[in-house]
Design a protein around this ligand. Structure first.
Ligand code: FES
Ligand code: FE
Length: 453
């Protein structure tokens, strides 16, 4: 195992290019991070009916997200236990069993018939060739021991000892909620519109979560789009103005956002689609409901955030979830799904869909700026001489202030690399092979300190 402490030098705010280009370090990431951390798998709308499935990824592994006939959601490794063939080669569909095309072993997802998800139920020649001696119970598909559905988003981990998802999330939950909850403040209720956009980028996978965790500094990249104005309000800029924006990091957990500190509703603020009077009226009504539903409770807004290690989300406009699957040190597969409130009028859903396509995804005018940066940065960092030198992450060091309302949260100010430093602090803790007691100790200590307060 490579010792990364000199490569990720958080005391000096520098990080070696090796972690973005090196094969050995990439393998270590798959073992220490992607085999243990909670990972975003998909949205429940991808598997709305019993026996529906959707093929996703966890690190470099192909996995199948399924909904069984008891409405339980499972995540199965998409590799036959006999010789490893992919048991499912489609992107999504509906089936009661996965039958391997190679020799015909079949695995059931029907919770009434089998005790564990993906149990081996059919083996050609079980009597004549195996003499009924094959222990089928032990040769089912590998499945994730922990899977949760959080407000429609599906998360899983391979590690049975991982903490509960909500502990893993910590108080970052309030920011994720701000993205997933209804615009009127009631919990959940978002639905996916369109399918999953998937595309490959020749860049290290960490560029994306690092960008979305709090990089306000790269605005210059989007200058052309800002000048043209592609926002839903019809004015200048890419999106609606974000109020009171800052960056907040959860240093013990590796999550962070660009958004607001917790606040009370002091100013009227709502999303706008100024070219669409019908939508404007609806949004005003939603905003009134929001004031009523949330009362004087503290609230936050999230422009964009990252949940360690590879999921990011935009909480306002566009409202979307992105995930960055590692393919190699210098290639990732990026996915996006887009959300709207399930009960919003069709006109809003259509306008949002058009805006999302203008903004995000491989053809999105803003996304393509970022992809170009990450791709050329990766390529230029892989050079023999280039990789000797560290990147600089020193912006705003020593200027963070605690956020009293949120456990373990730091306000780094609008322009700072504090969130990126928090991300790589967590990265180092995972890569060092710390166990969960070690990984969660600081966060638990914060929890106790606050409950004593
Ligand atoms: Fe699947 Fe042989 S590889 S049955
Ligand atoms: Fe960007």
């Amino acid at each position: 195992m490579t010792n990364l402490s000199s490569l990720v030098d958080l005391k000096n705010g520098t990080i070696s290019r090796e972690i973005f280009v090196n094969d050995e370090i990439f393998k270590q990431e798959l073992g220490q991070i992607f085999s243990r951390a909670w990972l975003f798998i998909g949205h429940e709308d991808l598997v709305p009916n019993p026996d529906d499935y959707f093929v996703s990824r966890m690190g470099t592994d192909s996995v199948i997200l399924t909904r069984d006939r008891q409405n339980k959601i499972n995540v199965l490794l998409n590799s036959c236990m006999h010789r490893g063939m992919k048991v499912c080669r489609y992107d999504q569909g509906n089936t009661r069993a996965f039958t391997c095309p190679y020799h015909g072993w079949s695995y059931s997802t029907d919770g009434r018939l089998v005790e564990v998800p993906g149990e081996l139920v059919g083996v050609p020649g079980f009597g004549p060739y195996y003499h009924e001696k094959l222990d089928k119970k032990n040769w089912g598909l590998i499945y994730c021991p922990k899977v949760v559905n959080y407000k429609g988003t599906i998360w899983a981990t391979w590690d049975a000892n991982a903490p509960d998802f909500l502990d893993y999330l910590g108080d970052m939950k309030v920011y994720l909620d701000a993205a997933l909850d209804h615009r009127d403040g009631s919990p959940g209720g978002s639905e996916m519109i369109g399918g999953v956009q998937k595309w490959r980028v020749k860049c290290n996978w960490k560029f994306a979560p690092e960008n979305f965790i709090g990089d306000m500094y790269h605005d210059i990249s989007h200058r052309s789009v800002d000048l043209v104005g592609i926002g839903p309000s019809g004015g200048k800029g890419r999106r609606d103005k974000t109020i009171g924006r800052t960056t907040v990091s959860f240093d013990d957990l590796g999550h962070g956002i660009i958004g607001t500190l917790p606040y009370r509703e002091e100013f009227p603020y709502q999303e706008t689609f100024k070219n669409h009077p019908e939508i404007e009226d609806y949004l005003k009504e939603v905003y009134d409901r929001r004031l009523k539903n949330l009362g004087d409770r503290l609230r936050v807004n999230t422009s964009v955030g990252t949940i360690f290690p590879n999921m990011s989300f935009h909480g306002r406009q566009p409202r979307t979830i992105a995930v960055f699957h590692p393919i190699s040190p210098t290639e990732m597969e990026m996915w996006r799904i887009f959300l709207v409130d399930r009960d919003s009028p069709q006109a809003l859903k259509d306008a949002a869909r058009h805006y999302y396509m203008r903004y995000s995804g491989p053809g999105g005018m803003t996304e393509s700026d970022d992809l170009e940066n990450w791709q050329y940065a990766t390529e230029a960092s892989a050079g023999h001489v280039a990789r000797r030198y560290h990147y600089n992450y020193q912006m705003g060091m020593g200027y963070a202030e605690p956020v009293p309302e949120l456990r373990g949260a730091w306000n780094n100010g609008e322009y700072s690399e504090g969130n990126a430093r928090a991300y790589y602090k967590r990265y180092l803790e995972f890569m060092e092979g710390r166990d969960w007691d070690g990984l969660m100790a600081a966060s638990r200590a914060h929890g106790e300190a606050r409950s004593d307060a």
